[in-house]
Design a protein around this ligand. Structure first.
Ligand SMILES: [Zn+2]
Length: 76
């Protein structure tokens, strides 16, 4: 319990996965901002297209997909 709390405090700078901070200008970006191309719409910072970024961009899609899946297969 105590260990969990300490870890959460250490991660306090981690932005919730619903948004990401642009390293170039510090603007908060939503997944939809990077959906069409992985560039910051404010400063044109080019994000490295890695697995973490893909997860971030796809996270709303995946959440929707999982919700549909649960509705279609409630026993899963
Ligand atoms: Zn930016």
């Amino acid at each position: 319990m105590d260990i969990m709390e300490t870890q959460e405090q250490n991660n306090i700078s981690v932005v919730p996965r619903t948004e990401i901070l642009c390293p170039g200008c510090g603007e908060k970006l939503q997944p939809v901002d990077l959906e069409s191309c992985p560039r910051c719409p404010y400063c044109d910072y080019e994000f490295t297209s890695d697995a973490a970024l893909e997860d971030f961009v796809l996270s709303p899609v995946i959440r929707r997909w999982l919700r549909n899946l649960q509705q279609n297969f409630p026993n899963c």
